[in-house]
Design a protein. Structure first.
Length: 416
């Protein structure tokens, strides 16, 4: 089969782009999920879009291909290019431009038979004219009505079609910012392509570009949440290379400000609990019936939310919340420490004991999620308490090992 840089389905290239960008250490021989020919085709396809970011490293195991993107040096997410290479047939593209010509202005209002007659007249001018049956044209018009390209109205019992009025686009800077920061920002990138202005107003120290590869999954989940539907999500466990179907009720999308990772918070009926799914582990989303209890489940999640530190709902009964408390000490000239506690406390509380000490406390479903954040205060923590005694002992042991490693004595790192 001839190689083409255009793709019919983003899912085909999604895993490869993630492998190249996130896990750029596998050689061609180590990538066993698909055939060597598939690997070569997808590598060349990605290279045709992202050649300036593609790099190679020769190792004893072979040549490793990876993507290297410095977010400080690029103003626009280069991975958007994958969404702008969708394949099409000769018939699709011909019918599109003929319909846009026939309905060239909002004043041209026609019925389906009138449009078919116009199509026959325009097609006759081609050397090898294409013909379009009534069913094909009707389906295409319905698709364009859904997309907002064409508007329909009733004239008696006859459905009339016209070109939808052009919408005034927001400012270029607004589209630029939206495309690089918002979920499904690729929509802003498509709109930005329709402007004549140059949009290079923003650069980002932390620019999480890989989220765009999950935009199709994200859009399907947003649609389901808006319509309050159940969905069937197909997920993959990459460590075990196992694919599983889960029937869930999508409630919320949560995005990490630290890593940029996107998570679906959903109620899983067979477990009777709310849990999280990483979006980059979801292969597909299929919408099912409307959920009768959607509003109740959403309200339950909102009640849980103040006690979710990250995305874990390990003890989601509400009866087994875990308590965490620690005190930090700082100098008079280190006012940024209490300010940071206030800024990053989330649903916890901060008590300022005096001019040099502050105490943080919180009730959460899973206190393990707080450990990375607590470690960033290690040299300032004077005491700490966990209701989860196993975790408290582990945290104390980690502290002692660190003190021994650096030859620090006389510090116990807390009461544990």
């Amino acid at each position: 089969m001839a190689y083409s840089e255009r793709i019919k389905d983003i899912g085909r290239i999604r895993d490869y782009m993630r492998e190249f960008f996130v896990f750029g250490f596998r050689s061609r021989e180590e990538f066993r999920r698909k055939s060597a020919r598939s690997y070569d085709n997808e590598r060349r396809r990605a290279e045709s879009w992202l050649g300036e970011y593609m790099q190679f490293r020769q190792t004893a195991e072979g040549k490793n291909v990876f993507l290297s993107i410095d977010s400080r040096a690029v103003c626009h997410n280069p991975l958007f290019k994958a969404w702008k290479t969708k394949s099409f047939t000769d018939g699709d593209i011909t019918l599109h431009f003929l319909l846009m010509d026939i309905l060239s202005s909002p004043e041209n209002v026609m019925s389906l038979p009138e449009i078919l007659e116009k199509l026959d007249g325009l097609s006759a001018g081609f050397r090898d004219p294409k013909t379009f049956d009534e069913s094909t044209v009707r389906k295409k018009l319905k698709e364009y009505v859904r997309e907002g390209i064409v508007a329909e109205e009733k004239n008696g019992r006859t459905v009339m079609y016209r070109r939808a009025e052009d919408v005034k686009l927001p400012g270029c800077d607004l589209l630029d910012f939206f495309s690089e920061t918002a979920p499904c920002g690729v929509v802003g990138s498509f709109l930005l392509d329709k402007t004549d202005e140059q949009a290079d107003a923003f650069t980002f120290k932390h620019h999480y570009v890989t989220g765009t590869m999950d935009s199709e999954i994200l859009a399907a989940l947003f649609d389901a949440m808006r319509e309050k539907r159940n969905v069937t999500v197909e997920t993959i466990n990459r460590q075990k290379d196992r694919i599983r179907e889960n029937h869930v009720v999508p409630l919320c999308i949560m995005i990490s400000a630290q890593s940029g990772r996107q998570y679906l918070m959903a109620h899983v009926p067979r477990f009777r609990r709310i849990t999280s799914f990483r979006l980059d582990g979801i292969l597909s989303v299929k919408q099912d019936e409307v959920c009768e209890w959607y509003d109740d489940l959403k309200a339950h999640f909102e009640r849980m939310r103040p006690h979710i530190w990250g995305v874990s709902t390990r003890n989601d009964t509400g009866e087994n919340l875990e308590y965490v408390e620690f005190t930090v000490c700082y100098r008079d000239d280190e006012t940024h420490i209490p300010e940071r506690l206030e800024r990053e406390k989330r649903s916890g509380s901060v008590e300022h004991l005096d001019g040099n000490r502050s105490r943080f406390s919180a009730w959460v479903y899973d206190s393990r999620e707080m450990i990375p954040w607590m470690r960033s205060f290690l040299c300032r923590i004077t005491d700490f308490h966990f209701s989860n005694k196993e975790l408290e002992t582990q945290f104390a042991d980690d502290l002692r090992e660190m003190y021994e490693l650096y030859g620090i004595t006389g510090e116990e790192g807390g009461d544990a």
